[in-house]
Design a protein around this ligand. Structure first.
Ligand SMILES: Nc1ncnc2c1ncn2[C@@H]1O[C@H](COP(=O)(O)OP(=O)(O)OP(=O)(O)O)[C@@H](O)[C@H]1O
Length: 308
């Protein structure tokens, strides 16, 4: 897959605070790449450097191998929402398309088709201030793709959306990637990221902690957990082999198992005295991997892992 965006050893400080350091990744044509991390990890700083809103202290950013970034080929949905308030929806979409040198006739057609797709048919003459927050966000999303960008950067596209609108955004983002757009997406909704993204770059305290294919990351970091419904003594559960920690909530216990545990062999060692109404074994979710990393409990941190 062709590399559209290459970010290399990016560094940025604000006064004495180093916001990001040694950040390197790429985004390829037709893929959805997630940039993840807890609040303050440095995601928006990375994105703002890519967008030329600020300049890195060190490192480089290239589009298709060139350091000249063609802004008209990039679409950007910033974390800060907001469009000019007293302007009509169609006027703002055409204005933004024109800024990107996109033909106006085509832009109008695309705007009407997207407004229809996003349940905003007939709103082209409404002014932005008449729209609800979610409707405004849809218009802003349309404005980021109106000019058919080759690279699309979406900073928290799902925040503040109802489930139906989330689904609409999800479908559209997927279809853009299928049609060849390279997408860099930041989100805190791990279930959506897990479902949609091909690769991920996870950062913490301004540094990379995980970088790789979603499936490889899950295989490498998503240890198994065993969930048991039944009243059991936590000390007994904690002392079972290969149990790293447990979480108990009323009569449900979740046992987080060590790396490389083979679930079938592990099950054979459970004592018959355990109370079991239900039992399931799954790999932990991306959400749990994220929490482990954000709370310094896990793996990637302990290993000092830089996984690529
Ligand atoms: N303009 C700025 N001036 C000073 N410090 C800043 C500025 N922008 C970001 N920072 C600091 O840089 C660090 C990274 O912030 P950034 O906004 O990139 O994080 P983030 O991962 O996008 O977080 P969130 O998920 O909360 O949006 C934080 O410590 C933040 O306080």
């Amino acid at each position: 897959m062709e590399t559209m965006l290459t970010v290399e050893t990016l560094e940025k400080s604000f006064k004495d605070k180093q916001a990001i350091r040694d950040i390197s990744f790429d985004v390829r044509k037709g893929e959805i790449m997630a940039i993840l991390g807890p609040n303050g990890a440095g995601k928006s700083t990375t994105i703002r450097n890519i967008m030329g809103i600020m300049y890195p202290d060190k490192g480089s950013i290239a589009f298709r191998g060139h350091n000249e970034i063609p802004r008209h080929k990039i679409g950007y949905l910033p974390e800060e929402r907001g469009l000019y308030k007293n302007v009509k929806v169609m006027d703002i979409l055409l204005y933004l398309a024109e800024l990107k040198d996109y033909p106006l006739k085509k832009a109008r057609e695309r705007a009407l088709s997207y407004l229809k797709k996003f349940d905003l048919e007939g709103q082209e003459n409404s002014s932005v201030e008449e729209l609800s927050k979610g409707m405004g966000q849809k218009v802003q999303f349309i404005s980021s793709i109106i000019h058919e960008p080759e690279l699309l950067i979406l900073d928290e596209p799902f925040s503040g959306l109802d489930p139906v609108s989330q689904e609409l955004f999800k479908t559209e983002i997927r279809s853009l990637a299928e049609n060849g757009t390279a997408i860099l997406l930041s989100s805190h909704q791990m279930n959506l990221v897990e479902e949609m993204c091909d690769r991920l770059f996870m950062m913490h305290n301004g540094k990379r902690v995980i970088y790789g294919d979603m499936d490889d990351v899950k295989e490498k970091y998503a240890n198994f957990k065993c969930t048991i419904r039944g009243k059991n003594d936590p000390h007994v559960l904690e002392n079972l082999p290969d149990v790293e920690r447990i979480k108990q909530d009323e009569d449900t216990s979740v046992l987080y198992l060590a790396r490389d545990v083979h679930p079938v062999s592990w099950l054979k060692h459970l004592p018959e005295s355990l109370s079991v109404q239900e039992l399931s074994i799954d790999r932990i979710s991306l959400h749990e991997i994220f929490i482990d990393i954000a709370t310094d409990q896990n793996l990637a941190q302990k290993e000092g892992a830089a996984y690529a």
